[in-house]
Design a protein around this ligand. Structure first.
Ligand code: FSA
Length: 452
């Protein structure tokens, strides 16, 4: 059992899993918590540092279904989070993909069977879709079908992360950012096993009784995760709407289709984000995480915050344009701005890696977001706190445990093709500036610069 006054460090504490963890621990009465991160909340390296993210309760099967119901309630009832949820509903649509239609029908059926028939509606025709989503009136969606979910919508992601960061400061959680918040290594006892703290790249040694590593897509590069997680990236872009166009889209449901991508209502300033859906890209490079005595070839994220002039691949831009053109032909030629790449890490079986690291005493891993975790901001830290207090259910403990032995070489953690590599993609421009990640890696003594 960890004492309430134990020194706890959360590495990656300005991102989604880390800030939620610090929040829950503090709410449970732990008094000596410090978050470390390269950036202040909302960490610019966090996938959660984004204008909006989707939320829905229509995936009724499996763990993500259970968590979706729990987190929707938390967003709707916890006063720290309520300002940031927009429960405008969601259209989840499919066109040619028969498998996808089958899945959506199955999900619809599960909701009905669970007594949530009033929260979903099956949309068989374009007319049905337009009743729930009149904003799609010009869309090229003849023959599409799918479902509408009521308890769904979008989250003002960056604003919510900012609010959690401010709350952490208010309730006395300590912090360090910049070079003194950037992980270099664990500090171990002479036994080579017991964690005594964290060393950051400026040389500071932060002592701790317990270290929680919640570093998102960077996790496999920092600590050797023995191939359990693969970091991948996705791309998005924004367009500017006029005040009239913005008003016309106010309160409209979020739209997702696995075949093309997704969008949500524009911000009050008329900024609308479009994201294409696909299996993500890796970026293979060589890296030596803490705990490994050799270089490992793995997918290494490249921070958009450190490389703001990086472009997105041409095919990504075309896919985003296809989504825009299909759903809003009137916006099809609008300039895209603030295009960017954001990074998630997929565990091989699509579940969090939320466990004690069996190789060390006093290290907890809270990673493997699987692209599903921003919406869990209000609750993911509860599970980390439960783990620390030995309160996780047996089933959850088993699901999220350290499990390198279960991996098949072909597991990618999600449906679809094996991810392609960003470096092979035409139009991904990343030459013109200083290689910030390589500088950090060099300071950490962790990576072979020439190959980043
Ligand atoms: O249902 C959803 O919340 C979809 S958004 C999640 C997503 O965009 C993935 O679909 C994508 O493939 C990537 O993992 C980033 O997150």
């Amino acid at each position: 059992m960890v004492a309430k006054d134990a020194k706890i460090i959360v590495v990656g504490g300005a991102g989604t899993m880390g800030s939620s963890t610090a929040l829950h621990l503090s709410r449970r009465g732990y008094t000596d918590i410090r978050i470390l991160d390269m950036f202040q909340p909302p960490s610019s390296n966090s996938a959660g540092n984004d204008m909006n993210k989707m939320i829905s309760t229509h995936y009724m099967d499996g763990i993500w279904g259970r968590l979706a119901l729990e987190t929707f309630d938390a967003w709707m009832s916890d006063s720290l989070f309520t300002p940031f949820i927009h429960p405008v509903g969601r259209l989840d649509l499919a066109n040619h993909d028969k498998e996808r239609i089958k899945t959506l029908k199955h999900q619809y059926g599960l909701s009905v069977t669970a007594g949530r028939g009033d929260k979903v509606e099956w949309l068989e025709t374009k007319e049905d879709i337009l009743k729930r989503g009149p904003h799609m009136k010009d869309a090229d969606i003849e023959g599409w079908t799918g479902l509408w979910a009521k308890d769904a919508g979008w989250l003002a992601a960056r604003d919510a992360l900012t609010a959690v960061g401010a709350e952490l400061r208010k309730i006395g959680v300590k912090s360090a950012f910049g070079t003194s918040g950037t992980f270099k290594s664990l500090i171990l006892h002479d036994d080579g096993k017991t964690v005594l703290g964290v060393k950051t790249i400026d040389g500071t040694e932060w002592t701790a009784d317990l270290v929680i590593l919640a570093t998102g897509a960077w996790s496999p590069t920092l600590i050797d995760l023995e191939d359990q997680c693969v970091s991948k990236c996705w791309q998005f872009g924004h367009i500017q709407l006029t005040p009239e166009e913005t008003k016309a889209l106010q309160g409209t449901p979020s739209m997702y289709t696995g075949e093309l991508g997704f969008f949500m209502e524009p911000s009050p300033h008329g900024v609308m984000k479009f994201v294409n859906e696909f299996e993500g890209y890796t970026r293979m490079a060589t890296c030596r995480p803490f705990g490994s005595d050799k270089d490992i070839r793995m997918s290494v994220p490249r921070s958009h915050a450190l490389h703001p002039t990086d472009t997105i691949p041409k095919e990504g831009e075309l896919a985003i344009r296809k989504l825009m053109k299909t759903c809003f032909p009137q916006f099809a030629d609008r300039p895209l701005f603030d295009t960017a790449i954001c990074w998630c890490t997929d565990s091989y079986d699509g579940n969090w890696l939320l466990c004690d690291d069996p190789r060390y005493k006093g290290l907890i891993l809270a990673t493997g977001d699987c692209g599903h975790t921003f919406k869990m901001l209000p609750i993911v830290g509860k599970y980390v706190a439960d783990l620390i207090e030995g309160k996780l259910s047996e089933e959850d403990e088993k699901r999220w445990k350290w499990r390198p032995e279960g991996r098949n070489p072909d597991d990618t953690g999600r449906e679809g093709l094996k991810p392609q590599d960003l470096s092979d993609k035409e139009g991904w421009c990343h030459d013109g500036d200083i290689n910030g990640d390589a500088i950090v890696a060099d300071l950490a003594g962790r990576m072979d610069n020439s190959r980043l």
